[in-house]
Design a protein around this ligand. Structure first.
Ligand code: TYM
Length: 338
């Protein structure tokens, strides 16, 4: 990875990413994003947040949202993020996010926001609730990223367009008001960036899929994981190989590769002459092994809510100190009193 100003000064690159607390994360969230957060947290200066303000766009029930925010924070710690070495916090506890988002709204064109694929898809799916928050969702994302002058943003492939608009907004602001924000780059892994539904492998695995068999939740028990993989949709060729048109098998191979570190050639060799039944069970077992420590840590963290709340608060204080500096700069640049 090459990068910009912060490295030139000999500082470690800054990494930022967030996840919405809309429900327990799926294996897609984990392999596409969270697993890379953990890897990057060992090398870079990392900032990770629960994006609870983003979750308001779908009008969650308040008590449920409160619980899900806490659970998502516990998941962040359970995947192995160290709150002492990284900044881990809850987005709404740092007011600079909403404040910078407003300023950036004024530097975002209606046309470019209208072109966002996720906005179009979500508007189509939920035609009864196309709120303005949903429309400016990517602008709040831009604020999350730019406040910390992030160099890299580890996300799944579905967030690439949102990263591009964040970069465009930053570049426009810098051009009009002078150098203020670092231009962020997406970090999208080669394998795992788009984990597909187990029931319709042409669609991405999603937390909101009404068919429970379509996705693996990070907290699914081993029995459930085995059952879901056994019923995964594949094809009739009965040969484990990566090829166009074999979406189901390609997806399972991607999952197996992420969990075992094997590449596709090695996987094809391992399953030469074996049927899909064997392969599915092996994939399920690899996923169970991968999730075991996360699940164990999760029960431990959830039994100490006071620790979670306190750690999140401390994380927010550390985040606030950085975010306030950028917000100050942006306010000054646009002419607001500071
Ligand atoms: P969310 O909660 O929808 O998704 C969290 C992360 O999971 C990735 N992801 C996937 N990766 C691979 N395969 C899948 N099937 C799959 N489904 C989801 C997403 O790409 C994402 O990385 N809008 C963001 C949250 C956010 C954010 C930010 C991210 C808010 N502010 C600032 C980066 C920077 C989102 O998609 O959350």
């Amino acid at each position: 990875m090459e990068n910009t100003a912060s490295q030139k000064k000999g500082k470690k690159p800054v990494v930022l990413s967030c996840i919405q607390p809309t429900s327990v994360p799926t294996l897609g969230n984990y392999l596409g994003a969270l697993k890379n957060w953990k890897k990057m947290s060992e090398e870079y200066d990392c900032v990770f947040a629960v994006a609870d303000l983003h979750a308001l766009t779908v009008h969650p029930e308040p008590a449920k949202l409160r619980q899900q925010i806490l659970e998502m924070y516990a998941i962040m710690l359970s995947i192995g993020l160290d709150p002492e070495k990284n900044i881990t916090f809850i987005q709404s506890q740092v007011h600079a996010h909403a404040e910078l988002a407003w300023i950036l709204n004024c530097y975002t064109q209606f046309g470019e926001a209208s072109r966002m694929t996720q906005f179009k898809e979500k508007s189509q799916k939920h035609a009864d609730n196309i709120n303005v928050g949903l429309f400016s969702y990517p602008v709040l994302m831009a604020a999350d990223i730019l406040l910390y002058q992030a160099n890299y943003v580890p996300v799944g492939a579905d967030q690439k367009q949102h990263l591009e608009i964040a970069r465009d907004i930053a570049a426009r602001f810098n051009q009009i008001r002078g150098e203020t924000f670092t231009l962020p780059e997406p970090y999208i892994a080669k394998v795992g960036a788009k984990v597909m539904s187990l029931q319709d492998p042409t669609q991405k695995m999603s937390k909101s899929d009404p068919n429970p068999k379509a996705s693996i939740s990070l907290l699914d028990t081993p029995d459930v994981i085995i059952k879901k993989f056994k019923s995964a949709v594949t094809d009739s060729e009965a040969c484990v190989r990566y090829a166009e048109g074999k979406d189901g098998i390609n997806n399972l191979m991607g999952i197996y590769s992420c969990c075992t570190g094997l590449d596709f050639d090695q996987i094809e060799k391992e399953f030469e002459g074996k049927g899909y039944g064997d392969f599915k069970v092996k994939v399920a077992q690899a996923v169970i092994e991968e999730l075991k420590p996360v699940q164990e840590n999760f029960s431990r963290y959830m039994s100490d809510k006071a620790y979670l709340l306190d750690t999140a608060k401390k994380g927010a204080e550390k985040a606030e100190a950085i975010a306030a500096r950028t917000l100050y700069k942006a306010k000054k640049k646009v002419g607001l009193p500071i």
